[in-house]
Design a protein around this ligand. Structure first.
Ligand code: BEZ
Ligand code: FE
Length: 298
C-alpha cells in the first residue's frame, strides 16, 4: 500500500506547490477504510503529477471542468457518457484484462458495452432472434465446454447484437421491435447451442456528445467492428462477457473502444445451399458461424 505523509510531516498544513499532494494526503483520517485510502492516495498523487506535467492555464482547467460537466449532463437511463469516456481511453479494457486473467484455454473476454439489457426473452435452441426479418440470415452454432474441452450442459448464453444497419433495438425504439436481436439460450446435454439471427454490421458508438467531440479532436473515428455480444455462464464456472467479431470488417484493427482480441475473430462463412436455407426458413445464400466457448472453473 502506498505510504502517505502524516499531517505532522507537512509544515503547518499550508498549501505549497512542491508538496501539494502531500498536503492533501495528510488530511486523510488515520481511521479511514484502508482500500479507500489506497485508492485516494493513488488518485491524488497521479492527479497532482498530471497537473504538474501539463501545467494547465486557468482557462484550460475551466475547459476540463466543462468537459466533465457536459459528460455528466449527457448521462441518462440509456446513455452512460462516463463509461463511454472510459471505453475510448482504453480504461474499460484495462479493467477487464486485470479482472479476467484466466488460465489458458478459457475464452477471452471483452467490454460489456452500454447496450446489454437484462430480462431478454428465453428461447429454445434454433429460435430466430431477428424479430423484423431484416438483414442477411445467419445461423450461429457452437458448444460451451470447460478448459479441457468437456461439454457443459445447461450453460446459459445471453446474446445481443446490432442489426444490419448498425443499431441496437434500444437505440431505435418504435423502429425495431423491443428485444430485437436479443435472447437467452441454454446448452443441451452435449453442451450445444444454436440460434438464428442476422449478420451484424459495424456501427458508430454514440458520438453526439462530449466523448464524440473528443474523439474528433483526437483524429479518431467512432466505429466498432461488427460483432455479436455474449455473456456465457454455468454453475461452478466463472462467467465470461465477450464478443464474436466478423473477420471481414474494416474496423477490426481500429476499434474505437479497443475491444478486439485476435482470438475472438470468428469464421463467418457464406453458404449457398437452397435446400438447407429452406429448412432454416432463410433466403439463400446465408451465413453460418460455429464457435465454442470455454469456461474456467470458479
Ligand atoms: C458495444 O459493443 O455495444 C459498445 C461498447 C462500448 C461502447 C459502446 C458500445
Ligand atoms: Fe456492441
Amino acid at each position: 500500500m502506498a505510504s502517505t505523509p502524516k499531517a505532522a510531516d507537512v509544515p503547518q498544513g499550508y498549501f505549497a506547490e512542491d508538496v501539494s499532494d502531500e498536503v492533501v494526503l495528510a488530511r486523510m483520517a488515520e481511521s479511514m477504510d484502508p482500500r479507500l485510502r489506497h485508492v485516494m492516495t493513488a488518485v491524488v498523487k497521479h492527479l497532482h503529477a498530471l497537473v504538474k506535467e501539463v501545467e494547465p492555464t486557468q482557462q484550460e482547467w475551466e475547459q476540463a471542468i466543462s468537459f466533465l460537466t457536459e459528460t455528466g449532463h449527457m448521462c441518462n437511463e440509456w446513455r452512460q457518457e462516463f463509461i463511454l469516456l472510459s471505453d475510448i481511453l482504453g480504461v474499460s479494457m484495462l479493467v477487464d484484462a486485470i479482472n479476467n486473467r484466466k488460465p489458458s484455454g478459457a475464452t477471452e473476454t471483452t467490454v460489456l458495452g452500454p447496450f446489454h439489457v437484462s430480462g431478454a426473452p428465453r428461447y429454445p435452441n434454433g429460435a430466430n432472434i431477428c424479430l423484423d426479418g431484416k438483414g442477411e440470415p445467419l445461423l450461429v452454432t457452437g458448444r460451451v465446454t470447460n478448459t479441457d474441452g468437456q461439454p457443459i450442459a445447461n450453460a446459459l448464453l445471453d446474446v445481443w447484437q446490432a442489426n444490419d444497419e448498425g443499431f441496437y433495438d434500444v437505440q431505435q425504439k418504435g423502429v425495431q421491435p423491443d428485444m430485437n436481436l436479443r435472447g437467452l439460450f441454454t446448452t443441451d446435454a452435449d453442451g450445444r447451442f444454436w440460434f438464428r439471427s442476422v449478420k451484424p454490421r459495424f456501427y458508430a458508438i454514440p458520438d453526439d456528445g462530449p466523448v464524440g467531440q473528443l474523439l474528433g479532436q483526437l483524429g479518431r473515428h467512432p466505429y466498432r467492428p461488427a460483432h455479436i455480444h455474449f455473456i456465457v455462464g454455468a454453475d461452478g464456472y466463472e462467467p465470461i462477457t465477450t464478443h464474436l467479431f466478423t473477420p471481414d470488417c474494416p474496423y477490426l484493427t481500429s476499434d474505437a473502444v479497443f475491444g478486439v482480441k485476435e482470438t475472438l475473430i470468428a469464421d463467418f462463412r457464406p453458404v449457398d445451399d437452397p435446400e438447407r436455407a429452406t429448412e432454416l426458413g432463410f433466403t439463400n445464400p446465408f451465413v453460418t458461424v460455429n464457435w465454442d466457448f470455454a469456461l474456467a472453473r470458479r
